[in-house]
Design a protein around this ligand. Structure first.
Ligand code: GLU
Length: 299
């Protein structure tokens, strides 16, 4: 058993992060497994060494420990490129030249209704999907999107265990075991072909100038590090569906996923990174103890 906490060093850790890290660490202890830290710093424009140092400090203060050396995603570009290349060779990726404004205006065009929100923002309306390929080899430096519909077709044809054909509609369903949670709970994610196409859509697997994206790198690295259990917030539920699909397309093992509830403030808003007052370091400075943090997050 091996689990991980994988923050991005783009700001201070807040209570929500502490909760996720503590739950993962506890699970590893309960199961006699390993807990590791991974630094998800693919966004080099926003990642800072200072934030990374603070992540180490905060987690150690909370009482967590992990093995050295800690993997940084910024050093894994070749692995991401190889994974993307295998998808490109199978015709599952296409170059997207749209910027945010293009996506918004195409998605809000008359007849399109309200733009749908997916795990990465607006569901891509498909503007670049049918443009003919001008390169045989995968181009560098550009944004690449997954053709969700083609990916599901390849996946569905190859796999019938996890994504079963629903005979009445001719579509696919996902049955994803989330495994046994710390309180003995089990669960299964059900997702239809339509949900993936209409509500998630053609996600970006390589951001322009990044050579990868969150979805691609998290899947490649969870497999590389032999992660067997992923503990994450339920806001990543749809992202998990993308990750399972990518694992199957890339021939990688699917870990057990556990989605925990999200911490909310008094008025019900999600605690997010921008709430600096909720930063673990602020609590530390104010004299809060790690035990107080545990009780604040309900552990
Ligand atoms: N870097 C991601 C985050 O901080 C990791 C979450 C995950 O993949 O479980 O949200």
């Amino acid at each position: 058993m091996k689990t991980r906490f994988a923050p991005s060093p783009t700001g201070p850790l807040h209570l929500g992060h502490a909760y996720s890290a503590l739950r993962a660490h506890e699970l590893a202890e309960d199961m006699g497994g390993k807990f590791i830290l991974r630094i998800e710093d693919i966004d080099q424009g926003r990642s800072r060494k200072e934030w990374e140092a603070l992540i180490h400090e905060d987690l150690r203060w909370l009482g967590l420990s992990w093995e050295a050396p800690v993997l940084r995603q910024s050093g894994r570009r070749d692995a991401y490129r190889a994974a993307l290349d295998s998808l490109w060779q199978r015709g599952l990726l296409y170059v997207c030249t749209c910027n945010r404004r293009d996506v918004l205006s195409a998605a809000s065009a008359p007849n399109e209704g309200e733009p749908l929100g997916g795990p990465d923002g607006i569901v891509y309306p498909g503007t670049c999907r049918s443009k003919p390929r001008t390169h045989t080899a995968m181009p560098d430096g550009v944004a690449l999107r997954l053709n969700m519909s083609s990916a599901l077709k390849q996946f569905g044809m190859k796999r019938s265990g996890l994504w079963k054909a629903a005979p009445e509609s001719g579509t696919f369903r996902a049955f994803l075991e989330t495994g046994r949670g710390p309180n003995g709970e089990t669960g299964i994610i059900h997702a239809s072909h339509e949900h993936l196409v209409d509500n998630i859509g053609d996600v970006v697997l390589a951001r322009r100038g990044f050579g990868t994206s969150y979805h691609l790198s998290v899947v490649v690295d969870d497999a590389f590090q032999n992660i067997t259990h992923v503990v994450r917030g339920e806001d990543l539920f749809d992202a998990t569906l993308i990750h399972v699909l990518l694992q199957h397309l890339l021939g990688l093992e699917t870990p057990t996923y556990m989605h925990h509830g999200l911490l909310r403030d008094e008025v019900g808003n999600r605690l997010a990174k921008r709430h600096d007052s909720m930063a673990i370091s602020s609590y530390r400075k104010a004299g809060t103890t790690p035990a107080d943090i545990r009780s604040l997050v309900g552990l």
